[in-house]
Design a protein around this ligand. Structure first.
Ligand SMILES: C[S@@+](CC[C@H](N)C(=O)[O-])C[C@H]1O[C@@H](n2cnc3c(N)ncnc32)[C@H](O)[C@@H]1O
Length: 912
């Protein structure tokens, strides 16, 4: 037999039968050496192939018989025992090492088997294949080859879907997409249960058979095709998804630094260029050098973080990102004027005599402290065991909530706006972040352009921020036809601070706009609640404008206000400059806008290419709303049990706040215990709610606090206090869904049911068409190979072979885009804050942001030009960095990789 004469391209050693007594097989070699493509005669000594025990094989079809004394690097060609619970039998299959043993995988190897399965295997159950091609994927069946090639080329960086038990994920099997549920997550694998037939399968979390990964990569590819630059997208895809949906993370390994005693008891250090078990250098599987050589330790997956002190819990990352400062509690002058002792009276303008608010004199003060500077008092007291906030007005009147407070401000003709007040007892109005030391300090980065100074500090090095022409206004450039003529606006005639939403024309624009959102139903409760925005309004907010009759204190004028809160630009360790707040920010509080030069798509692409794209933000309002309209979310499996993470987030913060407060021993200056509760109940009738204020049926947003509203929403969706409850809810929801399937429901459900029926049918047909897998056991010495035409287990795949029906890839919107009405060459306009901009340009990205972005129409109703405004997603402590989710598409910019250093437990690993 001459070398290289084999006709078999894909070795099937696992099926050749090295299991029974593999040593004997090798001992039976009759000829040849182990050089490439040499042929060997092997005599099988078992009952297998009794009639013809001698077979010719290549070195690629044989494996050594004893476990390797050294650890296998990623990309090593092996045979390994695949254990299938369903078959309860063990047998060898050929595959490739995909992950080395490490803590996150409990020191097992991840093996990608040639027939599309993946499993964790311990060292002693893996045998090295005698020979393999230089490009190991060439030895693998074409169905898996491309996937494994890409995997090895990119390793250790790889995208994986972050999943939790109970989540429902569209999963591909046999060319069709099924509803499947996460049963268990084990390192890089997830066990999926297919609802249609009860089958389970362990799938690699980086497989495009998992819908979220498929969608992410398809989306990135589409963006790449468009050749666009990386831009923060106003309200892009991620924001449309619910916050506990599965998402794609980009993990990076730390394998090169691992030195552990492996399962075979051999200590191996893998440093420098990795060589596979066959002596090939890793050149054939190039990986991204920069990511590999990174000195910043990154976890290989999210679960890995729990083992890595640098990323776990209140991690070192957080520590390194912690400011060198402390929160102090401002003490007001004890001789300041305090509220009078309350005497029953009718309130009017005279109640504020001598205590009027002078905005000019108080410019630069923390807005939440201003009332106290005007003889108000904020008391935190206990009422029936609960902590409540009560404001005492200068005339002694006690005001228990925003309704009463707003009414008081109106009756007394105060020029104060409601957002100078806050009834959340966790918010400490006097908390102020104070820096301990810093190398440089600029008093006002805006040089007077902002209403309040924007200080800039650096505690990391001596550098200063790049020069920026500070501007709070967006500046249209050539080709941007921004018409700000108020004649093109519609306004309202309100005289009640736009409290009655039914009457306010501007509120109605916001409310009616919600009909274009998911579900197509008008939501009368949407938008600001006493000038705070609890959650994003995807269909946009229309604020009162230059045409309106209402005053500046109107409840529908928020993002148009100049910067009020005290922010500080500071140098971070690894993310350039960032912004922190110096005082507590209540949930929903307005922070700032994103201002810059308005560019055309073409201008942005050219500018981005030449000068960088870090500060580009896309005004994609039209596209996002149209995606909502087109049912974009339909390719995202909804998790009905989602409860507002904002609530959870703020509760977490609140909990930590309790601890902080208990620790510090500080009590707020204005806090009183006990007896105010009675007084709170005795508050005067003229500030109790009027019938129109109480409302009938659905309460108007003004009638409930942000917290109440979120609670209502939470109870609608079920609470999310623990993983356990979450799973219970998932089960309940599944039961509900089953019930829905069984009974006649609305048309939507009907459609779903039909869809499922259809797919069930397909699945069952497929099942009966293909034979059930047959076990190939080592114990019954039942070896098989292709030649013998034995029935093997049903092959699986790493990559999806079909695209989900609803994939937005190449999907044309059903209706003509609104943008087309503006002209043929209309694309999204882009805000570029690189050289001209305001403080918004310094907001960094986080995968767990505390700020969200909102499109707001202020000076034009042209849908192409909303303002980009930022609001607090949760209650934010003084001294915390403010971050939003840039929502970039990873992989969308050819050749550009930007790793994320947000330090969040849910970090997706990459920005680009
Ligand atoms: C809009 S700028 C934000 C301000 C910027 N840090 C600066 O110094 O001007 C966006 C850039 O900040 C950096 N950045 C922001 N968030 C980051 C993160 N989580 N991880 C790594 N880099 C980040 C990236 O370089 C990104 O291109």
């Amino acid at each position: 037999m001459s070398p290289g004469s084999s006709t078999e391209s894909y070795p099937a050693f696992a099926r050749i039968g090295l299991r029974e007594n593999p040593g004997k097989n090798l001992n039976q070699l009759s000829a040849g050496n182990l050089s490439l493509y040499n042929m060997y005669k092997v005599k099988f000594e078992s009952s297998y192939r009794k009639s013809n025990p001698v077979k010719q094989v290549t070195g690629k079809q044989m494996a050594y018989t004893t476990p390797s004394p050294v650890r296998f690097p990623v990309g090593t060609r092996v045979i390994a025992i695949f254990q299938d619970n369903d078959w309860s039998k063990e047998c060898y299959y050929s595959g490739v090492i995909a992950e080395p043993p490490k803590s996150m995988n409990k020191y097992r190897y991840l093996v990608f088997f040639d027939d599309g399965y993946a499993q964790y295997v311990s060292h002693e159950k893996i045998l090295l294949v005698c020979e393999c091609s230089r490009n190991v994927w060439e030895d693998i069946h074409p169905d898996s080859r491309e996937f494994i090639r890409k995997y090895l080329e990119q390793y250790p960086e790889r995208p994986m879907v972050k999943l939790q038990q109970g989540q429902i994920v569209k999963t591909e099997w046999n060319g069709k997409w099924w509803i499947a549920r996460v049963v268990e997550v084990d390192g890089s694998l997830v066990k999926m249960h297919f609802d249609a037939d009860g089958r389970t399968e362990w799938i690699y979390r980086g497989s495009t058979r998992l819908g979220p990964l498929y969608a992410e990569l398809a989306h990135a590819a589409a963006r790449k095709e468009q050749g666009t630059f990386s831009r923060h997208r106003g309200l892009g895809v991620a924001t449309l998804k619910k916050r506990n949906m599965p998402y794609v993370e980009y993990t990076r390994g730390t394998d090169g630094e691992e030195m552990r005693r492996d399962d075979s008891g051999v200590t191996i250090t893998l440093l420098g260029p990795v060589r596979d078990g066959h002596g090939h250098s890793s050149e054939s599987t190039p990986s991204r050098a920069v990511a590999k050589k990174s000195t910043t330790k990154r976890p290989d997956s999210i679960s890995d973080r729990s083992h890595d002190p640098q990323y776990s819990g209140s991690s070192t990352v957080e520590k390194s990102q912690q400011p060198q400062g402390r929160v102090e509690f401002l003490q007001l002058n004890s001789s300041r004027r305090r509220p009078k002792t309350f005497e029953p009276h009718q309130c009017g303008a005279s109640c504020l005599t001598g205590t009027e608010y002078d905005p000019k004199a108080m410019k630069g003060e923390n807005p939440l402290v201003i009332p106290m500077l005007c003889s108000w008092e904020r008391q935190v007291s206990r009422c029936r065991g609960k902590r409540v906030v009560i404001y005492r007005a200068p005339c002694g009147r006690r005001l228990r909530n925003m309704e009463e407070l707003h009414r008081y401000l109106r009756v007394t003709k105060s020029n104060m706006a409601v957002d100078l007040f806050d009834f959340d007892f966790w918010v400490h109005c006097f908390a102020e972040f104070v820096l301990e030391r810093g190398f440089s300090n600029i008093k006002d980065l805006s040089y007077g352009a902002e209403h309040v100074p924007v200080p800039c500090v650096n505690c990391v090095d001596h550098s200063l921020p790049d020069y920026v022409s500070y501007s709070t206004k967006r500046e249209p450039t050539d080709g941007v036809d921004l018409n700000l003529d108020p004649e093109f606006l519609t306004g309202c005639d309100c005289t009640d601070d736009c409290q009655d939403r039914d009457k306010c024309a501007c509120w109605q624009l916001t409310i009616q706009g919600t009909a274009y959102g998911p579900g197509g139903v008008v939501d009368p409760t949407v938008g600001y609640i006493y000038r705070r925005l609890p959650e994003p309004v995807m269909t946009g907010i229309y604020e009162c404008n230059a045409r309106c009759k209402c005053s500046n204190t109107c409840l529908n004028r928020v993002a148009q206000q100049p910067l009020q809160i005290k922010l500080q630009v500071f140098k971070t360790e690894n993310r350039g400059w960032g912004i922190r707040c110096l005082n507590d920010i209540p949930q929903g509080g307005f922070i700032c806008i994103y201002a810059g030069r308005l560019l055309t798509e073409q201008g942005a692409n050219e500018g981005g290419k030449n000068y960088g794209d870090e500060y580009l933000a896309e005004l994609d309002y039209i596209e996002v709303v149209e995606k909502l309209k087109e049912g974009y979310e339909s390719d995202v499996v909804e998790d009905d049990s989602d409860s507002p993470s904002e609530e959870r987030g703020s509760c977490e913060v609140r909990r930590s706040r309790v601890i902080e407060q208990a620790d510090s021993g500080l009590s707020e200056e204005e806090e009183e215990e006990g007896e105010t509760s009675q007084e709170a109940r005795d508050s005067d009738e003229d500030f109790t709610l009027q019938p129109w204020e109480k409302g009938k049926g659905t309460p108007l947003p003004e009638q409930c606090s942000i917290r109440t509203r979120l609670r209502n929403r939470a109870s609608r969706h079920g609470s999310e206090d623990s993983q356990h409850e979450h799973r219970d809810r998932d089960r309940d929801r599944d039961r509900d869904r089953d019930r829905d399937r069984d009974r006649d429901g609305d048309s939507g459900r009907e459609r779903d049911r039909e869809g499922e029926k259809e797919s069930d049918k397909g699945y069952n047909e497929e099942k009966s068409r293909r034979k059930a897998p047959r076990s190939v056991s080592s114990s019954d010495h039942n070896y098989s190979d292709d030649e013998d035409n034995e029935q093997l287990r049903l092959p699986s795949r790493f990559a999806a072979v079909s695209e989900p029906k609803e994939s937005d890839k190449n999907k044309k919107p059903k209706n003509r885009s609104v943008r087309e009405f503006f002209g043929n060459d209309e694309y999204c306009y882009i805000m570029d804050a690189k050289n001209n901009g305001n403080i918004g340009r310094y907001l960094n990205h986080s995968c767990s942001p505390n700020v969200f972005v909102q499109n707001v129409f202020v000076d034009t109703h042209d849908l192409r030009f909303p303002w980009v405004a930022f609001f607090a997603l949760t209650y934010i402590h003084a001294g915390t960095e403010l971050t939003w989710d840039y929502n970039y598409d990873v992989g969308s910019v050819p050749g550009k990789v930007l790793h994320c250093y947000c330090g969040s437990n849910d970090c997706r690993g990459r920005l680009l």
